[in-house]
Design a protein around this ligand. Structure first.
Ligand code: HEC
Length: 123
């Protein structure tokens, strides 16, 4: 009897996709969103990070040359709202370092949202 019950539970679990949680799905998408990994720019824990640093030189009228440090940063996104995230991924119209991900589905964005927010508790 016990064996039959166990068998039924396992069969049911497989049919319900219990083995990959939404969190794991979100984690997978964060690292491989069918494009460049979000982690590459926003960091493992979505805290944001510096992507690149470079200098530009500016010549002043008096002949001096000034070197200006430019920093390209991906922001912390741990507190982004679901609507902001969706908007940013699907309908962004401006030129940005961040690529377009307008092929992501509603379910994928929800899983990403769950994963990103869960990173707040991690140090
Ligand atoms: C090549 C680097 C890069 C990658 C890859 C990238 N981002 Fe970004 N992201 C940025 C930069 C830079 C900004 C800030 C400028 C902007 O909004 O375009 C940004 C902005 C955002 C914002 C808006 C944050 C705010 O406060 O306005 C969200 C949300 C976001 N990214 C989520 C993601 C997610 C989710 C992924 C993966 C599917 C991702 N990003 C992949 C570089 C990147």
């Amino acid at each position: 009897m016990k064996r039959i019950l166990l068998f039924l539970i396992i069969t049911y679990a497989f049919s319900q996709d219990w083995f990959i949680t939404n969190y794991e799905y979100g984690k997978m998408l964060y690292h491989n969103p069918r494009g460049i990994s979000c982690a590459k720019c926003h960091g493992e824990k979505a805290k944001g990070k510096i992507i690149a640093k470079y200098y530009v030189t500016k010549k002043h009228k008096n002949g001096t040359v000034e070197k200006i440090l430019k920093v390209v940063k991906a922001p912390n996104i741990q507190n982004v709202s679901y609507d902001e995230l969706k908007e940013r991924l699907l309908h962004y119209k401006y030129l940005s370092v961040m690529p377009k991900y307008n092929y992501l589905t509603k379910e994928e964005i929800e899983a990403l949202y769950l994963y990103i927010h869960a990173q707040k508790d991690k140090k």
